[in-house]
Design a protein around this ligand. Structure first.
Ligand SMILES: [Cu+2]
Length: 126
């Protein structure tokens, strides 16, 4: 008796495994618009990193944490419209910049003699 199937059982299992793998990759891959989360550390009297690059129109989770002192940041140009108080307890906010450019923000909470020089630069790119 001739086998009317064009595929062996092994081939069918192989094809099923490939389909499951492809489906899993589709389901578990984050959306293309998500960007890598960013952590910004604050101390007397600097933000680290001092320059943060974000993508226009793409939400980015930024975690702020102070390793020394208490600081603050407001950056309306990147969508951070309320002052975030930065303490040793991490605070995460999601921002979505809507305009291209390079924007400088200063520490929003007086933190000492170097306060006026404490700044961070956000670069919003395509
Ligand atoms: Cu400060």
């Amino acid at each position: 008796m001739a086998n009317s199937s064009c595929c062996t059982k092994g081939m069918r299992n192989f094809v099923a495994a490939i389909c499951i793998a492809a489906l899993s990759a589709f389901i578990f891959t984050p959306p293309a618009s998500a960007t890598q989360p960013v952590t910004i550390k604050a101390k007397n009297f600097a933000f680290t990193p001092g320059i943060v690059t974000l993508k226009k129109g793409q939400p980015t989770a930024i975690t702020f944490v102070a390793t020394q002192g208490v600081h603050g940041l407001t950056a309306p140009d990147i969508g951070l419209n309320k002052t975030v108080t930065i303490t040793n307890s991490p605070t995460t906010v999601t921002v979505t910049p809507h305009k291209l450019g390079t924007f400088t923000s200063h520490c929003a909470i007086f933190c000492g003699i170097g306060h006026t020089k404490m700044q961070i630069v956000f670069k919003v790119v395509k």
